[in-house]
Design a protein around this ligand. Structure first.
Ligand code: TYM
Length: 331
C-alpha cells in the first residue's frame, strides 16, 4: 500500500491544515503498518499564483520543519519537495493530455480563485488539478488523506486514472480519498460558514500554527458564536459553537458528545476560555520543536533522502507511462 499527500507552502499553515491533513498523516503513520508514505511540499502548486521568491524559499523550509515538529517520522515517511522530483512535471503534462478543458473549468477551487484574482489568471491555475493527479498517480497511491476541499480534485484524479487505463492499458492505481469524519473542514473564527483559509485577509479568522500564543487565546475568545446559550453541536443552526466543539474534540481526543455533557449549564465564555488554554497547550510544544528544527541540518538530510526515495519510484513510473504512449524510441 502507498499513501500520498501534500500541502502548499504558500503563506502560514493554519489549524485547519493541521486538523484536516497533518494530524491524519501522523495518526496513519502509526496505524498503517505495511504502507509507504510519500508526503511532500507542493511548491509547484503554489506558483500558480505569483509568489515572492524569498518568502517562498522560507515557506518551503518552514513547512518541512512544521511537518516534523507535528510528529511526522522521517523513518516511516518519505518527506520531499515536489519541484525536486521532476517526474511530477512530466506526468503532470501527461495528465493535461488526458483531462478535458471543461472538466478543469468545473473545479470549484478554480472558479473561486479566478473570481478573487484581479491580475491575469495564469494557465497553471486551470491545469493545477492535472498536476495534482500526477502527484498522486506517480506513486500508485491507494490512499490520499486530505480535507474536504480537495474532494473534487480527488474525484477528478480517479476519473483521469480510469480514463488513462481504459485508453492505454492498466497503468495507474485508482486512489481513494481519506477525509476525516471530524475536522475535514475547520471553519473561520469570524465567519463560521466559511472555511478557515491561509489566505483570509482577517487574521482574527484564522489560527496559524506559528501564531503568537496570546494572539491564539484572544482569537478563540473573540470567535463568533450565536446568541443562544447551550453548548451543543448543531452544524446548521450553530455553526460557530459547532466549529469550536470540533476543534476542542480534536485537540483533546474527547468525543464531542462528552464535551457537551461536560459543559452542560456552563457559559460560552467558560467554554471558550478552556478551549483557548487547550489549543495553546497543544501548539506550544509544536512551536518549540519547530524552532529547533528550522535551524538544524537534519532537516536537509531528511528532504534529500525523501527526494531520492521518491525519485526511484517516480522515474520507473514515468518510463512505464511514456512506453504506454509510444514515447520510447528504443523498445
Ligand atoms: P492546501 O495546501 O490548500 O491544504 C493542505 C491540506 O489542508 C487541508 N485543509 C483543511 N482541512 C480542514 N479544514 C480546513 N479549513 C482546511 N484548509 C485546508 C486541505 O484539504 C489539504 O488536505 N492541492 C492541495 C495540495 C496538493 C495535494 C496533492 C494534496 C497538491 N498535490 C496531492 C494531496 C495529494 C492543496 O492546495 O492543499
Amino acid at each position: 500500500m502507498r499513501l500520498v499527500s501534500g500541502i502548499q507552502p504558500s503563506g502560514q499553515l493554519t489549524l485547519g491544515n493541521y486538523l484536516g491533513a497533518i494530524k491524519q498523516f501522523i495518526n496513519l503513520q502509526d496505524e498503517l503498518k505495511d504502507t509507504e508514505f510519500f508526503i511532500f511540499i507542493a511548491d509547484l502548486h503554489s506558483i500558480t499564483v505569483p509568489q515572492d521568491k524569498t518568502k517562498l524559499r522560507q515557506n518551503i523550509r518552514s513547512l518541512a520543519a512544521i511537518y516534523l515538529a507535528c510528529g511526522l517520522d522521517p523513518k516511516k515517511v518519505n518527506l520531499f519537495v515536489q519541484s525536486e522530483v521532476i517526474e511530477h512535471n512530466q506526468l503532470g503534462y501527461v495528465m493535461e493530455t488526458t483531462a478535458y478543458v471543461p472538466e478543469l473549468e468545473r473545479m470549484t477551487q478554480y472558479k473561486d480563485k479566478k473570481q478573487k484574482q484581479t491580475a491575469g489568471i495564469r494557465t497553471a491555475l486551470l491545469t493545477y488539478p492535472a498536476l495534482m493527479a500526477a502527484d498522486i498517480l506517480l506513486y500508485d497511491a491507494d490512499i490520499v488523506p486530505v480535507g474536504d476541499d480537495q474532494k473534487q480534485h480527488l474525484e477528478l484524479t480517479r476519473d483521469l486514472a480510469l480514463r488513462f487505463n481504459a485508453q492505454h492499458g492498466d497503468t495507474f492505481i485508482v486512489p481513494n480519498p481519506y477525509i476525516p469524519k471530524v475536522g475535514g473542514k475547520i471553519m473561520s473564527l469570524t465567519d463560521p460558514t466559511k472555511k478557515m483559509s491561509k489566505s483570509d485577509e482577517n487574521p482574527k479568522s484564522v489560527i496559524y500554527l506559528l501564531d503568537d500564543l496570546n494572539a491564539v487565546k484572544n482569537k478563540i475568545k473573540s470567535a463568533v458564536t450565536d446568541s443562544d446559550t447551550t453548548i451543543c453541536y448543531d452544524q446548521k443552526n450553530k455553526p460557530g459553537i459547532s466549529n469550536l466543539l470540533t476543534i476542542y474534540s480534536l485537540v483533546t481526543d474527547v468525543p464531542i458528545i462528552q464535551i457537551e455533557t461536560l459543559y452542560e449549564g456552563k457559559t460560552y465564555q467558560v467554554f471558550k476560555e478552556d478551549l483557548a488554554t487547550k489549543v495553546v497547550d497543544y501548539l506550544r510544544p509544536i512551536q518549540e520543536r519547530y524552532q529547533a528544527l528550522l535551524k538544524s541540518e537534519a532537516l536537509d538530510d531528511v528532504l534529500d533522502q525523501g527526494r531520492d526515495n521518491a525519485r526511484n519510484i517516480a522515474y520507473k513510473k514515468i518510463q512505464k507511462v511514456y512506453k504506454r504512449l509510444g514515447l520510447n524510441r528504443r523498445k
